[in-house]
Design a protein around this ligand. Structure first.
Ligand code: HEC
Length: 106
């Protein structure tokens, strides 16, 4: 197996470079939003397009996303999981992610 290890490293480095370059094209706030949103996409689908029972994000306005995330943080919006997720982000980070999703809807 030792001969395979370097190849795996090359593939992993390539994947990481791709993920970062996808975020770097845009301006500051949106770029940061794309990086933060990569985690959200694991449940909400590529580009926040929705996945099975998990709602799409890319058809929401940026303001709607920020307001809903704040409601999750405050416990004002019913949630199975999003209340816990939302609590990890500052308002500035929520705005950056919302700008990313609102933009990817176009
Ligand atoms: C573990 C899976 C998971 C992850 C990761 C996740 N979500 Fe969610 N999200 C959900 C589920 C499930 C719901 C439906 C509400 C609930 O049950 O908590 C939801 C609902 C939402 C809604 C409300 C959508 C609507 O139309 O009402 C928003 C906005 C949202 N998520 C944003 C995000 C953002 C931004 C991130 C990244 C910080 C994120 N989510 C990460 C699973 C996830």
């Amino acid at each position: 197996m030792p001969r395979i290890t370097p190849l795996i490293h090359v593939i992993a480095a390539g994947a990481a470079a791709w993920a970062v370059s996808a975020a770097v094209h845009a301006d500051g706030a949106v770029s940061r939003g794309a990086l933060l949103a990569a985690m959200c996409d694991t449940c909400h689908g590529p580009g926040g397009s929705g996945s099975k029972s998990i709602p799409a994000l890319n058809d929401l306005d940026a303001d709607e996303i920020v307001e809903t995330m704040k409601a999750f943080q405050e416990g004002e919006e019913d949630a199975t999981i999003m209340d816990r997720h939302a609590k990890g982000y500052s308002e500035e980070e929520l705005k950056a992610m919302a700008a990313h999703y609102a933009k990817s809807a176009k």
